[in-house]
Design a protein around this ligand. Structure first.
Ligand code: C5P
Length: 231
C-alpha cells in the first residue's frame, strides 16, 4: 500500500492547524507528516516530540544531513532519540558518512537523498561526475546507500522505476515532486501525478505546497488518496 506524506514547509502555527484538520483521515489512512528546515528552525526538535505526543501520525524529520561522518552520526542518533520515524541524509555525503549514520540510526528509518528533484541534467555537469545521465548517477548513489544499510531512497518519479528494476534489495522509495495538477510545478523540474508515481513503484509519495497552500487541504489530501487508489 502506497503512503501519502504531507510536507509541512510552513510556519508551525499554520502547520499544526492543517495537521489537526487532517486528523479525520487517521482512522482510515495513516498519513506521514514531514517537518523540514522551516519548522525545525522555528521550533527545534520539540516539534517532533509535540507532533508525536498529540497526533497519531508518523513523523518524518527531513533535514537532509550532509557533513563529516561523526557530526552526521551524532545528529542521526539524536533524531532517533526524538522519536522521529523517518529522517534523511544526502548520499552525496560519501560512504563513510552513510555508514556512520546507519550505525547510529536505531529505530528511525534512514532515507538517502539521491539528487534533489529541483535539479536537471545540468547538475551532472556541475558535479563533473563522469556519468552519462543523471539517472546513472542516481542509481550509483542509491546502490551505494542501500549496500551500506539505508532503509530507503528519496528520488524523483522519473527515476523510481529504474531504481526498483536495477536494485535487487528491497527499499522504501520516497518520491517528492508529485502534483495532482501538473501545472502547479513551482520550483520542481520533474513532477508526476500521484497515480503515475505509485505505478512506477513509489512507496511513499510526498506532496507539500499543493496541500499546504490550498484553501482546502483536506480536499487535496482526499483527491491525492483517491488518485493513488487508497480510498
Ligand atoms: O511543495 P512540494 O510538494 O514541492 O514539496 C516537496 C517536498 O519534498 C519538500 O519538502 C522538499 O524538501 C522535498 N524533497 C524534494 N526533492 C527531493 C527530496 C525532498 O523536493 N529530492
Amino acid at each position: 500500500m502506497a503512503r501519502l506524506c504531507v510536507a509541512l514547509d510552513l510556519e508551525w502555527e499554520r502547520a499544526i492547524r492543517i495537521v489537526r484538520d487532517l486528523y479525520d483521515f487517521f482512522e482510515t489512512y495513516p498519513l506521514i507528516m514531514k517537518i523540514g528546515h522551516r519548522i525545525y528552525l522555528e521550533r527545534g526538535g520539540q516539534a517532533v516530540k509535540e507532533l508525536k505526543e498529540e497526533f497519531p501520525y508518523e513523523v518524518f524529520l527531513d533535514l537532509k544531513l550532509h557533513d563529516i561522518p561523526s557530526v552526521v552520526g551524532k545528529a542521526v542518533e539524536m533524531i532517533n532519540e526524538l522519536g522521529a520515524d523517518y529522517t534523511t541524509i544526502h548520499l552525496l555525503g560519501g560512504e563513510t558518512m552513510i555508514e556512520e549514520a546507519v550505525r547510529k540510526k536505531g529505530n528511525v528509518k534512514l532515507l538517502g537523498v539521491s539528487i534533489l528533484t529541483s535539479h536537471g541534467e545540468e547538475y551532472r555537469d556541475y558535479l563533473k561526475s563522469g556519468f552519462e545521465t543523471l539517472k546513472d548517477l542516481v542509481l550509483h548513489l542509491a546502490k551505494t546507500g542501500i549496500d551500506r544499510g539505508v532503509d530507503g531512497i528519496v528520488c524523483s518519479g522519473e527515476e523510481v522505476e529504474f531504481l526498483k528494476k536495477n536494485i535487487d534489495k528491497d527499499f522504501i522509495a520516497v518520491v517528492p515532486g508529485v502534483r495532482i495538477k501538473k501545472d502547479k510545478r513551482q520550483d520542481q523540474r520533474r513532477v508526476l501525478t500521484p497515480a503515475e508515481a505509485v505505478k512506477r513503484g513509489a512507496d511513499i509519495i510526498v506532496i507539500g505546497r499543493e496541500i499546504t497552500e490550498s484553501k482546502n487541504p483536506v480536499y487535496v489530501v482526499e483527491r491525492a488518496l483517491k488518485l493513488i487508489g487508497e480510498i
